[in-house]
Ligand binder design. Structure first.
Ligand SMILES: [Ca+2]
Ligand SMILES: [Ca+2]
Ligand SMILES: [Ca+2]
Length: 611
């Protein structure tokens, strides 16, 4: 993973010189295609809609015709006509937009939207289960990130590859040296997901990722119990989303020092690597300094995993207990070491080799204490953890991200509010109100937004990983729905799904794998760039518009909402990351899980609110 704390200096992806001219050519081609995208005047969800869901397209630019129509995708039949809204100007660019609302068109099929004098829209579908394949693909995206195992063609298709780093010989970096394991000691740390564009494994970022996947299961377990995504464990008795989370959890166990319970911050190469796809990589691998953030994030996820896997004692005997023991050991390490920050610059001044991969440094740990204490309390009901929660609750709680995890604790408390001791009632209510205040604020501002989405109400949304923000806003709104049963929150969440699938200022559907017509072809993602396959690894959500840019790529558009380029050197806007993908897994699968309970269909009502 590039960035987070350290930006590389070149637009070029770190490969051999032989590919540089190709990259230059590709950049030019890419530039041309982006121009085309920006000129596609009609922006809509390129995957499609449920028959009963809200359906909006945004028409950009000056238009003379006040009317639009929906035509079958074979061009034969006009099936719907409507009027465009008045013009609106985007807050973050000179873009002028008008809304085409065809919500009351509920016929199933494949269609395009047309306006006289303009190119027609990309095709879209209207049907039940319209996101089923996308929902499977974004979960399957994690399989393609698995480290230390070969990806078999039976599951990976043309993206089959070797094991890359086996990580069965990993050195204790001098920064992590202690009496039990001095520098240079060898441990084994296989498994887990590679993150971002590179092949390193980070406890902090994988913790929020696992939490999001396990949370999706906790919220929609009936749905996930039968969802299979063609992974090696699809024939076992464990839901595939839990198999996938477990692939990383088993790696996390190896990151715990058995002597003192502390957690190494990451398993990494020292610097950027240059490896081949089908040969085992040879660079030395290290685990680095233990940190309090890693210990608390680990404690949180293991407490949650212990709770979830208690339901699978038959299929996975002993696992839940192992998770709970590991969680407690990490917690007690954190109590003894409450403020050990991972400071990579300082570490690199002190130790060799210098480590230059993503740092995931976080100096603010109140939220990590809150989250870990919450997961441990909800699993154990032990008052000791509740006391720590009371010390760390803070109404400035906001949208979660890898270094801001307080809200993850709120989700968990609200998820289990009916099974908690009475003395938690005041705290639960405070959390509920805070969550709904944020959710209601999102909904209030939707009509003012030129693309009629929650995403993009603030310029600050267009930062590195903006698509992760959009997906997490969607997740927050689904949580608001689950605690209230009010469908308006689903509508808000769906606005961001529409954003991610094409109703945005770039015209891109941001998931790789040809979901939608115009999707990223060159994500900043090592495996996609290094293999011999033209199409990128599918099911990956790219970072999205980033007004800071900073990767030295040429951006054809530079407004906050348009600062995106589909180039594998553009890690500022086109990198992938497991935490963003996890939020997308939650969002899309939640939509599929809830569709029958939301009036989107007349079939079985299986709604699962927590009212
Ligand atoms: Ca399975
Ligand atoms: Ca923090
Ligand atoms: Ca490729």
């Amino acid at each position: 993973m590039i960035n987070r704390n350290l930006l590389a200096q070149s637009c070029e992806f770190p490969f051999t010189k032989g590919v540089k001219s190709f990259l230059l050519l590709f950049t030019l081609l890419c530039f041309t295609s982006v121009i085309a995208a920006q000129n596609d005047p009609i922006r809509l969800n390129q995957v499609g809609y449920y028959p009963n869901s809200t359906k909006l397209a945004i028409v950009t630019g000056k238009i003379s015709s006040p009317f639009f129509c929906i035509v079958t995708s074979d061009g034969r039949d006009t099936v719907y006509q409507g009027s465009l809204s008045l013009e609106k100007k985007s807050s973050f660019s000179s873009t002028i937009t008008r809304i085409a609302d065809f919500t009351d068109f509920q016929q199933t099929g494949s269609f395009v939207l047309r306006i006289d004098g303009l190119a027609q829209s990309y095709p879209f579908e209207i049907k039940n289960e319209v996101y089923h394949e996308l929902a499977r693909a974004v979960l399957k995206g994690f399989y393609y990130q698995r480290s230390s195992v070969p990806l078999d063609g039976k599951y990976a298709g043309k993206w089959q590859r070797g094991a890359l780093y086996p990580d069965n010989v990993v050195l204790i970096h001098p920064s992590a040296s202690d009496d039990g394991r001095p520098a240079g000691s060898v441990i084994s740390s296989p498994g887990g997901w590679y993150d971002g564009s590179d092949c390193n494994k980070y406890i902090v970022n994988s913790a929020i990722t696992v939490n999001t996947l396990l949370g999706a299961y906790e919220d929609f377990s009936k749905y996930f119990d039968s969802l299979k995504v063609n992974i090696p464990e699809s024939d076992d008795q464990v839901p595939d989303i839990l198999n996938e989370a477990l692939f990383n959890i088993r790696w996390m166990f190896t990151m715990q020092d058995p002597f003192d319970g502390g957690i190494y911050h990451k398993c990494t190469s020292a610097g950027s690597d240059n490896m081949l796809m089908n040969a085992l990589a040879k660079q030395p691998r290290y685990v680095v300094q233990k940190s309090t953030a890693a210990a608390l994030d680990f404690a949180a996820v293991m407490a949650q995993a212990g709770r979830v896997f208690q339901r699978m004692k038959g299929q996975l005997p002993g696992l839940a207990d192992s998770c709970l023991r590991a969680s407690a050991k990490a917690w007690f390490w954190a109590l003894k070491n409450p403020n050990v920050a991972y400071d990579q610059e300082k570490l690199d001044r002190q130790y060799k080799p210098a480590v230059t991969t993503s740092a995931f440094s976080d100096g603010e740990l109140d939220d990590e204490w809150m989250w870990a204490a919450t997961e441990m309390f909800v699993t154990s009901k032990n008052r000791m953890y509740f006391d720590v929660m009371e010390q760390n609750i803070d109404d400035s709680v906001s949208l979660p991200s890898w270094n801001n995890v307080r809200m993850l604790g709120y989700y968990t408390m609200l998820r289990y509010q009916d099974n908690l001791p009475k003395f938690t009632a005041d705290m639960v209510e405070r959390m509920r109100q805070r969550l709904l205040r944020i959710a209601d604020d999102y909904l209030f501002h939707i009509p003012k937004n030129a693309f009629v989405t929650v995403m993009g109400q603030s310029k600050r949304d267009f930062v590195w990983g903006s698509n992760g923000i959009a997906a997490n806003q969607g997740v927050l709104l689904i949580n608001a729905f689950l605690v209230t049963g009010d469908q308006k929150y689903i509508e808000g969440s769906a606005s961001n799904l529409d954003y991610l699938l094409g109703r945005n200022a770039t015209g891109y559907c941001f998931v790789t794998g040809c979901f939608g017509t115009k999707s990223p072809m060159s994500p900043s993602h090592h495996a996609s760039s290094a293999d011999q396959v033209n199409e990128p690894v599918p099911g990956l959500l790219v970072g999205g518009p980033n007004m800071a840019r900073g990767d030295k790529c040429r951006y054809p558009y530079t407004d906050p909402e348009t600062s995106y380029v589909d180039n594998d050197g553009a890690y500022a806007s086109n990198e992938v990351a497991i935490d963003w993908n996890a939020a997308m897994v939650y969002l899309v699968n939640a939509m599929e899980a809830m569709q029958y309970g939301l009036g989107y269909s007349t079939q079985n009502n299986t709604s699962t609110t927590r009212k």
